[in-house]
Structure formats: C-alpha cells, structure tokens
Design a protein around this ligand. Structure first.
Ligand code: PLP
Length: 451
C-alpha cells in the first residue's frame, strides 16, 4: 500500500493510462515481463542504459527488454542503418533479400554448431522448429528437457514449466496428451538423464535433449561446469540431437555463444533476442547441414522428409538488417566483454552490499546475466522441489513471491528497472559511473529493509 501512494504521486499519468488499459488489455499490460506492481509504468524513452517514463522520471534499465539489447537501447549506428533500409525497402516483402544472407553467413562463421541458419519470428517458434527438425532428422520421438528451463511457451515444451523459483504452473490449458513425448530431468543429475534416455529406447527413442547451456532459466540454476560435456557425450551415445537454447546467451556471452565459451558443439542451436538486435521478429534455428536439410526436404540431391516451418514476418528485411548490424557492432566493439565487465562490477557491488547489511540475499552472474536472489540459498532448494512437496511449503513459497514483488517495486521506486526484481541484464552502455549510481540506489533500498 505504501508503494501505491508513492507511485500514485510520482507517476500519475502512468496510473491513469493503466486504468484505461485494464479495460481493453487482459491484466492491463501486454508484455509478460512488464513489471506491474503496484501498477505498470508507461515508458516513452529508451536510450543506452536509461529509460524515461511518461511522467518524466528516469530509470537505469537492467531489464534491457529481457536481454536483446547488449549494446544498450537503440544504438545510433544500428538505427541509422535500419532507417536507410526502411527508406528503400520498407519493413517486409516476403522475398529473398541480402540481409538474410549476411546474417546467416555471420552466424555460420562464428558458431561451431551452425553450418546453416533459418531465421524465424521468435525464440518460441525456433524451439518448436527444433523439435520438428530433430524428429525428422532422427526419426525418433521423445524430447528431454531440464527441469526449470524455459524454452518459450509452446505446448509440448511447457512441460513442467513453473514460474521461476515459485513452482506454480506457468500455464493451464495444455492437455496432458501434449506432453506424451516430453520428459524433464533434474539439472546436474547426469544419471537421471541417462536413465531417461535408456527408458526412451523402448518408447520411440529420444529425438533431442534441450538445454540452456548456462543453466535453466538463464542460469538462475547454474550447471556444473562439466555437465554440458557430459550431456554432449550421452546425446552422441544415444543418437539424440543436442539442442542448445541460446536465445539469451548467443551474442551476450560471446559472439560465438555459450557453445564457444564451453567449447561444446551442439547439433542444433536456438537463437532469439539479440539475433534481431532488439527489433521485432527475433528467432532462428541453426545446426549441422545434414539436420538443417530437412527444412528444405533434403539437400544436394539427397532426399529427406520435410520439416515445415514458416512465418509471415520471418527474416523480414528490417529484423535481419537490424540483427546483422547489431551483431557486427557487438563484435567490432567487443560489447559482450564490456557488458560482462559491467555485470561483474554490479554483482560484486551487490554482494558486498548484501554482506554489509547482513541480508539473506545472494548475487551471482555469468557475464552480463546477473541474478539477485532475495531469499538467499532457498533458491537452490526451490528448484529442486518435487510437486508433492509444494503443499507443505506453501507459506514459504508465497513469502518468496511477495518478497520478490516488493523488492522489484522498491528498486523501481529508486529508479532501477529489473526483471521481476531478481534478474538484471547489463549492456555495453553501462559505464562504471552508471553501475556505481545503480549500486548507490540499491544501497538505499537495502538500508531500509527491516526484519
Ligand atoms: N528460450 C529461452 C532460453 C528464453 O529465455 C526465451 C525467452 O525469454 C525463449 C526461449 C522464448 O523466446 P521468445 O520470447 O522470443 O519467444
């Protein structure tokens, strides 16, 4: 309630807009990541590391649109190229153009697991495409994924999806039959994965193992360093395709992705977010030519069954050009490293504050992907909850949800935009001064925590 009065005074226009929006938009806001407690704020300006709301308040942006803007928001050199293209070609033609070629070439030259690339409309679509390609390429049926991982919101990959750290089902409305060929194993439990692969041999085989190489939910649940390699070996042994979901990590961890970082080559790679440079229609699937061939029904005279994928906006000139100029600029300016350094500075600063104020929180990061867990090590327990444990721990779970929501609002009140109060993306626009300014704001929040 305290926050309500505070934001009502500071953000009156947002409040008014919210009331109107709630009449025509379910939940009053369209984007699933838009922070909406006590009500969503409307933003009018985004540039570099900063945002401005409709009432003129400024914020440091650690949501970074959920991850695509590694260069910071709306970098001028990319914008200039995009505007050139808009002036000549417009945003979409449905026809072949040079930028789809340039982007595909750029990616194939850098990702060890990508010999061919198909651009699609979103990470969700790209994951759906990977399921289909894997099934056609291997003639097997089952898909195994890691518990707690997010691979978009398609039915079959939503199996077990729970709101991160809270364990409430993310979505109802999916018949159990959709999960007939999807299974989950606990991250870091390599024996469990092998058991599932063995079991699947008698029930149609395993077409693919899906994983986020930095760990489920963008590394919220970190993986043991050797785990990726162990999964690689098991996939090879059982003839299943290893699918790295690099929607978050590609061009953020490095221009060769997490596969470059770990030195592990997957069979298929999922792209999203940075692949369109923060512009719309960000998604794609890459992989070995033999597997990717089934998207075209065979290659080089070899016949294959076709895995159909499509999309009216897939690889439109605007998204492909924005993606190409963005990833090129990321490489030329070493932006992943700069963003990663900012992530290190932020996380180390946060951890120091946590210790200074004796808070039961924990901060950790993988480069520019930073986590600020407000219930300390409970995070690690919670990802290991089995569904039947939930009733006996329901109070604890609710408390966690409330804490996250309140912390998110407290950060927002100090001019810090985060992802759900617990994740922060840094970008190459985050200078030392900006990070230090952010830490001073976090300190004001931490100082005032009671009890
Ligand atoms: N895979 C991962 C690892 C993601 O983080 C996301 C989105 O956040 C997706 C897939 C889905 O991508 P999109 O939101 O573009 O559909």
């Amino acid at each position: 309630e305290g926050y309500l009065a505070y934001f009502e005074e500071k953000c009156p226009t947002s409040k008014r807009m919210t009331e109107d929006a709630a009449k025509v938009i379910p939940g009053g806001v369209q984007h699933n990541l838009a922070f909406n407690y006590p009500f969503p704020l409307a933003f009018t300006k985004a540039s570099g590391a900063h945002l401005q709301d409709v009432d003129g308040n400024t914020y440091i942006d650690f949501l970074q649109a959920g991850g695509p803007t590694v260069l910071g928001s709306n970098p001028e050199p990319v914008r200039a190229r995009v505007l050139d293209l808009l002036n000549t070609c417009g945003p979409c033609t449905g026809l072949f153009h040079e930028y789809e070629m340039k982007l595909a070439r750029f990616i194939c030259d850098r990702f060890s697991g990508v010999e061919m690339f198909r651009m699609l409309g979103s990470g969700t679509e790209a994951c759906m495409a990977a399921v289909r390609v894997a099934r056609v390429a291997t003639k097997k049926k089952n898909i195994i994924k890691l518990g707690g991982a997010y691979h978009g919101w398609s039915d079959q990959l939503s199996y077990g999806n729970r709101i991160p750290g809270i364990r409430f089902l993310e979505s109802h409305g999916i018949p159990m039959a959709c999960f007939k060929y999807t299974q989950e194993v606990f991250p870091n439990d390599i024996e469990a994965l092998e058991k599932q692969l063995k079991r699947n041999r008698l029930r149609g085989g395993t077409a693919a193992v899906f994983m986020e190489p930095m760990g489920p939910e963008s590394g919220t649940r970190p993986l043991d360093f050797d785990y990726n390699g162990q999964v690689r070996d098991l996939c090879t042994a059982y003839g299943a395709l290893l699918v790295f979901d690099e929607v978050v990590t590609a061009f953020r961890i490095g221009v060769d992705g997490a596969q470059g970082y770990f030195g592990i080559t997957p069979d298929l790679t999922i792209f999203g977010k940075v692949v369109a440079g923060g512009y719309p229609s960000a998604g794609g699937i890459g992989g070995k030519a033999d597997y990717m061939a089934c998207l075209a029904g065979g290659l080089g005279g070899k016949k294959s069954k076709k895995a159909h994928v499509g999309g009216t906006m897939a690889a439109n000139p605007l998204s492909a050009a924005a993606g190409y100029h963005t990833v090129k600029m990321i490489e030329e300016t070493n932006a992943c490293k700069t963003a990663g350094k900012a992530g290190d500075r932020l996380t180390q600063g946060l951890q120091k504050l946590i210790e200074t104020y004796g808070l039961p929180f924990v901060a950790y990061n993988q480069g520019s992907i930073c986590h600020l867990e407000t219930v300390g090590t409970m995070l690690f327990d919670i990802n290991l909850f089995r569904p039947w444990e939930i009733p006996s721990r329901i109070k604890e779970i609710h408390a966690r949800k409330d804490v996250m929501t309140h912390m998110g609002a407290a950060y927002m009140a100090e001019g810090l935009v985060t992802l759900a109060g617990s994740r922060l993306y840094t970008s190459a626009a985050d200078t030392d001064e900006i990070i230090d300014d952010a830490l001073a704001r976090f300190e004001r929040v931490f100082k005032n925590i009671e009890g």
